[in-house]
Design a protein around this ligand. Structure first.
Ligand SMILES: *Cc1c(COP(=O)(O)O)cnc(C)c1O
Length: 410
């Protein structure tokens, strides 16, 4: 199956009624005729469902759909993007381990990583995840390199192939958050990522009607390395499924941040139109980026598909179909930025991205307000910067709202 077909039919499992959508199984637990059957399911030696915190048929359907479109071996859904990131990391690290991460990460992820210090896990933030910077900080305790395909909101473009090469040389697990780009624009496993994360709350769901996350396992054999001794028994027993089987048998089960079946159902509905939506998001965003570039009140526009962007060349390598629906721009002062937001009529002032609707936020005073000035600078967040998540409304209406609000600024 090709990509668009997979979005709709990939690992589709319905039931004997002939329903065209995956049935929604709103049941906490599943009964079985014999003690032997339930024993087998709980041990993992036979197929079936026991308890929804562990697995649920509707959630499994969603996981299999995502694994199929990402080209992963397996996927594990979680209650939110944040829990997916937490679980993906905690499945690997132990006290004393080190993580290397980009400093341009989504604020919530940045905070999560910093908070790991109290568990004895040290994180080194790098402004650029490139070969030279990585080689300078990798040591025998390093286990993970973590980056975002496009940083949110810095919008720096991760050179996945280059980082994967370094990770492969040192047997490090390369985790990529592809929330902004989605499998429509890029499938990081094809470029060497070991684990791919999504906050499905954004483009995968598509209409902002459910919070969720997912961890896609590329099926790496790195876990066999003695460095990952906590994976030994899983590698022996499950081979390339070592990561996912450990995840499901340890932190996944322990923390119990499972995706609700109803949210999995909504995500399965949303994912079918991913390509249609992403094409519109990309073309509308490029149009908005060009419009803003030509406005004298805008001091700079950051969108990797814009030929003036410093990330243009690398964006052309990875994102030929467009650099998704998020851009940032600067208006010279915080006062102007606030005035602009306050004069918008249609565009929503909101802390979210990846909706069908166009959304705006002033990151410095909201999602990054707890970061230090130095951290904000590293994240590419300034007092006069606005982040726009361009929706799929008619471009004329989006531009009209932007132009009208712009006219309110002297
Ligand atoms: C929103 C977001 C997250 C967190 O996801 P939630 O579903 O809100 O928990 C993580 N990474 C990126 C890039 C995001 O945009």
């Amino acid at each position: 199956m090709k990509f668009n077909t997979k979005l709709i039919h990939g690992n589709l499992k319905t039931d004997e009624t002939g329903a065209t959508n995956t049935p929604l199984h709103l049941s906490n637990a599943f009964a079985h005729n014999t003690a032997e059957k339930l024993e087998g399911i709980m041990k993992g030696t036979s197929m079936g469902y026991a308890y929804t915190r562990i697995s649920n048929p509707t959630v499994t359907s969603f996981e299999r759909r995502i694994a199929s479109i990402e080209g992963g071996l397996a996927a594990t859904a979680a209650a939110s993007g944040m829990s997916a990131i937490y679980l993906a990391i905690m499945n690997i690290v132990e006290c004393g381990d080190e993580i290397i991460a980009s400093s341009g990460l989504f604020g919530g992820t940045y905070a999560l990583l910093k908070n790991l210090k109290s568990y004895g896990i040290n994180v080194k933030f790098l402004e650029n995840l490139d070969e030279e910077s990585l080689e300078a900080v990798i040591n025998e305790n390093t286990k993970i390199v973590f980056g975002e395909t496009l940083g949110n909101p810095k919008l720096d473009v991760l050179d996945i192939e280059e980082v994967a090469k370094v990770c492969n040389k040192h047997n490090l697990i390369f985790i990529v958050d592809s929330t902004i780009t989605t499998p429509f624009l890029i499938r990081p496993i094809e470029y060497g990522a070991d684990i791919v994360i999504h906050s499905t709350s954004k483009y995968i769901n598509g209409t902002s009607n459910s919070i969720g996350g997912i961890i896609v396992d590329g099926g790496s054999s790195k876990y066999k390395d003695i460095k990952y001794k906590n994976f030994n028994e899983y590698s022996k027993k499950f081979g390339k499924m070592a990561y996912t089987s450990k995840l499901r048998n340890t932190v996944g089960k322990d923390i119990g941040a499972s995706l609700a079946p109803f949210n999995a159902f909504l995500n399965l509905t949303g994912i079918e139109t991913l390509s249609l939506r992403m094409r519109e998001h990309c073309s509308n965003t490029l149009a908005v980026a060009k419009f803003l570039s030509n406005n004298s009140k805008v001091t700079s526009v950051n969108y990797p598909s814009l030929s003036t962007s410093k990330y243009y060349n690398i964006a052309q390598k990875y994102y030929k179909n467009g650099a998704s629906g998020v851009l940032t721009f600067r208006l010279g002062s915080k006062e102007n930025a606030f005035k602009f937001i306050n004069n918008l009529k249609m565009i929503l002032n909101i802390t979210n991205i990846g909706d069908t609707k166009t959304l705006i936020i002033h990151p410095a005073s909201t999602i990054c307000s707890s970061n230090t000035e130095n951290e904000k600078e590293q994240m590419g967040v300034f007092d006069d910067l606005l982040r726009l998540s361009v929706g799929i409304e008619d471009i004329e209406d989006i531009l009209f709202d932007i132009e009208s609000a712009m006219n309110s600024i002297n």
